[in-house]
Ligand binder design. Structure first.
Ligand code: FAD
Length: 458
């Protein structure tokens, strides 16, 4: 007789095969929540906690291997920090909005599922003093950014793990803008709080591709056929020898698993609602605490009639006036999403924290001030915005995990299993942290390791 676990594994395999063709439709009806039917309890080979890119990639790998699994997601949707919302009648990503085509198998997975991808322009338009920058400005910005990156990499190569602000020798009118691009806009924190080593080890390629559906919707589609239990926040993971049990808030039963892939954001592993029995070792908990999250929030709004004559999806940066701190907080605009009248402006660090704390009125105020500083006093006001809230959402607690200066070497620790628990998520990647590709790759890697544990001698 087949064990319950193997039977479920066979079902998962069939679902996978069905999904390979049916994922075009991404029909929710294909999801067969086996554990939900049994009141939330059950035995599986591998339980995956967290349905973002890492968790979805892991679950797909395990389903393909024919093992039993369940993907437990706290919220009502898959995708995590890739979230597509409908704004002014079109899909808009308020989290990850693009990714590098060649740095993971994500683009290939989308292609196999029949989900089209669209190229994203990577060259930025620069504005200063209300008008487009001149050629000299473009050169000065490129020089400032190149110098800053060179200084950071040189420090990292020399093994110096210090605050990135302390090695920044770039001067000139565009130095503050380059610093803003590397710090608050890309990571959600200023250079003073970023580690040279952590930045130097990171080699993300430019996000050169997006999904016309929205990257969040694309991920939901890639996970639609998996054995997922949504609205299932895991609150306690208990090690019980050769199995572990997972308690889910609001459910009487537990899930028992031979291995666990923990694919939740770093900030929720410690300081969140998730507990471990026995507790995480002091060394492990300290490593997590050395990686507090940076803050990035995005604001979407409509501007009819292409008032600034920008191309579809063009990224725009406005010069940050370093001499007058606070005169203009840095922002990065993505214009005319997919050729539409909808725009998205990203803010980092303090501005993002304020937006998360105060909501839409603050987001609207900052958007209008940014547009006027970038494009001049005649820039139209926007009357309605929709903003993200990653910083205060308890399931995320920020945008991405960043090493405190001096602590970057600890990131490697996240590659070590905690007994039968394998960590996955963007923060576990030394070279691709804070990226969708890094998260996807980490999920596949964790799945391979969990599979070898459950298929090996037990
Ligand atoms: C504003 C913003 C813009 C970004 N832009 C880009 C970009 O353009 N390109 C790029 O490559 N990257 C970008 N990123 C980074 C990218 O979004 C992340 O690196 C990636 O999505 C992380 O995936 P993940 O699976 O590691 O984690 P997440 O996507 O955070 O998934 C974790 C999942 O765990 C769930 N969870 C949490 N706690 C529990 C629990 N107790 N039980 C069960 N489930 C739980 C959460 O609900 C979530 O679904 C951006 C991030 C932000 C915030």
């Amino acid at each position: 007789m087949k064990s319950p676990a193997r039977t479920q594994g066979a079902l998962s395999r069939r679902r996978f095969l069905a999904g390979a063709s049916a994922s075009l439709l991404a029909a929710p009806a294909l999801v067969a929540p086996a554990l939900a039917q049994s009141g939330g309890s059950g035995d599986v080979d591998i339980a995956i906690v967290g349905g973002g890119a890492a968790g979805i990639a892991a679950a797909r790998r395990i389903a393909a291997a024919g093992r039993s699994y369940v993907l437990l997601e706290a919220s009502g949707r898959l995708g995590g920090r890739a979230r597509t919302v409908s704004v002014f009648g079109r899909p808009v990503d308020l989290g990850a909005s693009g990714f590098s085509r060649r740095d993971s198998t994500l683009a290939a997975a989308a292609g196999e599922a029949g989900l089209a991808l669209a190229p994203l322009p990577v060259a930025r338009r620069l504005y200063a003093g209300g008008q487009e920058a001149n050629e000299g400005d473009y050169d000065a910005f490129t020089l400032a950014l190149g110098r800053l990156r060179r200084d950071i990499v040189a420090a990292g190569d020399a093994g110096r793990d210090v605050a990135a602000s302390s090695v920044d020798t770039a001067g000139g009118p565009w130095a503050a803008t380059a610093a803003a691009l590397v710090g608050p806009l890309a990571c959600g924190r200023g250079l003073a709080g970023l580690s040279t080593l952590d930045l130097a080890l990171r080699t993300p390629a430019a996000d050169d591709v997006t999904s016309p559906l929205g990257v969040g919707a694309m991920l939901e589609s890639l996970g639609a056929w998996l054995n997922v239990q949504k609205d299932a926040p895991v609150t306690l993971i208990t090690n019980a020898g050769r199995t572990s049990t997972l308690a889910i808030r609001g459910q009487r039963g537990v899930v028992r698993a031979r291995a666990i892939i923990l694919a939740v954001p770093a900030a929720t592993v410690v300081g969140g609602d998730l507990r471990f029995n026995p507790p995480l070792q002091t060394r492990v908990a300290a490593a997590f605490r050395a990686f507090p999250a940076g803050q990035i929030e995005q604001v979407a709004f409509a501007l009819p009639g292409n008032p600034f004559q920008l191309g579809a999806d063009e990224p725009v940066l406005a010069r940050v006036d370093g001499a007058t701190p606070g005169m203009l907080w840095p922002g990065m605009l993505r214009a005319r999403l997919g050729g539409s009248d909808v725009y998205r402006l990203s803010f980092g660090d303090e501005a993002a924290r304020e937006i998360a704390a105060k909501g839409a009125p603050e987001a609207q105020r900052r958007v209008n001030a940014w547009l006027k500083t970038a494009f001049g006093a005649s820039a139209p006001d926007v009357a309605q915005v929709q903003s993200s809230n990653w910083s205060t959402d308890p399931l995320f607690r920020g945008a991405m995990a960043l090493a405190t200066p001096g602590q970057a070497a600890l990131r490697r620790q996240f590659g070590d299993p905690l007994g039968r628990i394998f960590l996955a998520g963007d923060y576990t990647s030394v070279s691709q942290w804070g990226t969708l590709a890094g998260a996807w790759n980490s999920g596949e890697a964790a799945a391979a390791r969990a599979l070898s544990l459950v298929t090996g001698p037990s």
